[in-house]
Design a binder for this molecule. Structure first.
Ligand SMILES: [Zn+2]
Length: 159
């Protein structure tokens, strides 16, 4: 289990299986396109967020070396999971890969993150946004429109 301290001392728990799934999409070779999806998990009172699963590239997405477009199917999957879990498992954030060692968000990423936040205000969750670089994976959270890095892991040294 990966444990991060989020904004306002929120405890963020990310299952190892999630980290290992993310690592399968690392753009280690130049022919590998960007990938992405959503984080699925639980939000507990007492300010704990637990990421238990991800959605990953599916038909309808658009992928190239420097671009990933996440189709609306990811959101539909989350809706299904929300219903099937008796309104327990929900959207916790997003992830995608970058073909750079230590990733930084692009303006397109920031726009997408802001859209996720504004479209899901009713969930009242401070979402986690991750970019999986070639060497480092970085996690951010929103603080009044600014995205603050809350953690990073060295892909080689994790596990
Ligand atoms: Zn990006």
């Amino acid at each position: 289990m990966l444990e991060l301290t989020g904004l306002n001392n929120q405890k963020i728990l990310i299952q190892s299986s999630v980290v290992n799934k993310l690592f399968t999409y690392i753009q280690r070779t130049s022919d590998k396109p960007e990938s992405g999806g959503l984080f699925i998990g639980k939000s507990f009172t007492g300010d704990i967020l637990q990421i238990e699963d991800i959605t990953y590239p599916i038909s309808g997405d658009r992928q190239s070396k420097f671009y990933f477009f996440r189709s609306s199917k990811h959101g539909e999957l989350i809706e299904d999971i929300w219903e099937q879990s008796g309104h327990i498992k929900t959207l916790i954030g997003t992830w995608h890969t970058h073909p750079e060692d230590k990733p930084t968000p692009s303006c397109v990423d920031i726009k997408d993150w802001k859209k996720i936040i504004s479209n899901n205000i009713k969930l009242n969750i401070n979402f986690i946004f991750a970019i999986v670089g070639i060497k480092i994976t970085v996690f951010w959270q929103n603080n009044n429109g600014n995205f603050i890095q809350i953690g990073e892991i060295d892909n080689e040294c994790y596990n």
